[in-house]
Write a protein that binds this ligand. Structure first.
Ligand SMILES: Cc1cc2nc3c(=O)[nH]c(=O)nc-3n(C[C@H](O)[C@H](O)[C@H](O)COP(=O)(O)OP(=O)(O)OC[C@H]3O[C@@H](n4cnc5c(N)ncnc54)[C@H](O)[C@@H]3O)c2cc1C
Length: 377
């Protein structure tokens, strides 16, 4: 990217080149900043959010009001103020370096762990292109572009006779999301297999971080806000491809039987509190099947929320909060969101109340999960 903010050239999704000298496409009264932000939707920050100059794009695509609901799993929520798909690492680095440091940047994968609020996401949302999803095996290690899906990584490891990455077969997200979330299942998580990750920091520096630098605990990393994982190297142990394949098939079948995989969902809604399973607490509190509008607590697996068709993100999030309240009242345990809630509630007017929050930087560390026979949930 040419580092040209405000006077750059961008391409629309259909490939047409248009002038990008435009003001902020989202009429925002509140927004997220580049640093730590409030943890829940009760923040009523009347922060003014200045019109954002379009990000520089030389070779990638930059779309104003880019739809996120088109691809995130819940299929709900507002657009990205600017949806950027960089061409490659250098392109991403140049774009980030050229931004005002106050501009919020949110990387997304396929949104299998996201609620995007109905008012959209202020600032820049970065979605990596297919060109950044390549997977290769070198010296018994798997090197994966952060846009690659977990199943692709697990399959490459199987074919190369590398055991220990099978659990990625069951996690329907990208490498970037998995590295950020310390995704895991069946008693293993990314912290067990990650050697190093290449990260483009918010100021555009390209750095390779050893896994230890990510400060992993249960479903959490210390990756700073706005930093984008672009590549990861994973290691395992030597194994027999046939045996590894059998284990992957077992995981797939078990998931199919126990989780609403073909639904609009965001995966496990809450982290397992120490000593408990979230689903069991939710079930005991009588929340299985609970609905709010078209949002429902899954009958099949009650730590999953579903969009039955026309739910809004607000309904899904409110249902989650209702579940938290009921669990607290029933068992005294406070559930902590695992799903990342990002973006802002719809503004009542341009000058009106802005309730912009994102919880992606505010997770609290929890101890390691209990070993579970049935995967993460
Ligand atoms: C049916 C189902 C089953 C699931 N099962 C599991 C499971 O067993 N175990 C588990 O851990 N999770 C599970 N999940 C949740 C989800 O799949 C994981 O959290 C996954 O790692 C999210 O990946 P993603 O690419 O979709 O990330 P997104 O949902 O798009 O984003 C999640 C977070 O990662 C950040 N992020 C995404 N890409 C990048 C990047 N390139 N650089 C930096 N940050 C990035 C986002 O900003 C956000 O904070 C499940 C979800 C579903 C829908």
């Amino acid at each position: 990217m040419g580092g040209r903010v405000g006077g750059c050239h961008r391409r629309e999704a259909d490939g047409r080149g248009v002038s990008a000298r435009a003001s902020s496409p989202l009429p925002l009264a509140g927004g997220v900043g580049g640093g730590p932000v409030p943890a829940s939707g009760d923040a009523l920050a009347a922060i003014s959010f200045p019109p954002l100059a379009p990000p520089a794009s030389g070779r990638g695509t930059v779309v104003p009001n880019g739809s996120l609901a088109d691809f995130i799993w819940f299929r709900t929520g507002g657009p990205a103020e600017w949806l950027v798909r960089p061409a490659d690492i250098a392109d991403l680095s140049e774009m980030l370096a050229s931004l005002d440091p106050a501009t919020p940047v949110l990387p997304v994968g396929v949104g299998s762990n996201l609620i995007v609020r109905d008012g959209g996401v202020p600032g820049i949302v970065v979605r990596l292109p297919k060109a950044m999803a390549k997977v290769s095996v070198e010296d018994g290690r798997v090197r994966a572009g952060a846009g690659a899906m977990g199943i692709t990584v697990a399959s490459a490891a199987r074919d190369a006779g590398i055991a220990g990455l099978e659990f990625l077969r069951g996690i329907p997200g990208t490498v970037g999301g998995a590295v950020r979330m310390n995704a895991g299942a069946y008693g293993r998580d990314v912290s067990d297999i990650l050697v190093e990750a290449t990260v483009v920091t918010r100021n555009g520096a390209v750095e390779t971080w050893p896994a230890a630098r990510l400060g992993y605990v249960y479903r959490h990393s210390d990756l700073p806000a706005g930093a984008v994982v672009v590549e990861a190297v994973f290691s395992g142990t030597p194994g027999d491809p046939v045996t590894i394949g059998v284990e992957m098939d077992r995981i797939a079948a078990e998931r199919e039987a126990s989780q609403p995989l073909r639904s609009r969902t965001g995966g496990s809604t809450f982290k397992n509190p120490e000593g408990y399973k979230a689903w069991a607490l939710i079930d005991a509190a009588g929340c299985r099947g609970l609905t709010r509008g078209d949002a429902q607590v899954s009958e099949k697996h009650c730590n999953f929320l579903l969009n039955l068709g026309s739910a809004s993100s607000a309904e899904i999030e409110a249902l989650g909060e209702e579940v938290r309240d009921k669990v607290k009242a029933h068992s005294g345990v406070t559930l902590e969101w695992e799903i990342q809630r990002v973006g802002v509630f719809p503004s009542r007017s341009r000058e009106g109340l802005g309730e912009g929050v994102s919880d992606t930087c505010s997770e609290q560390a929890l101890p390691q999960p209990l070993p579970q026979a049935g995967g993460e949930a």
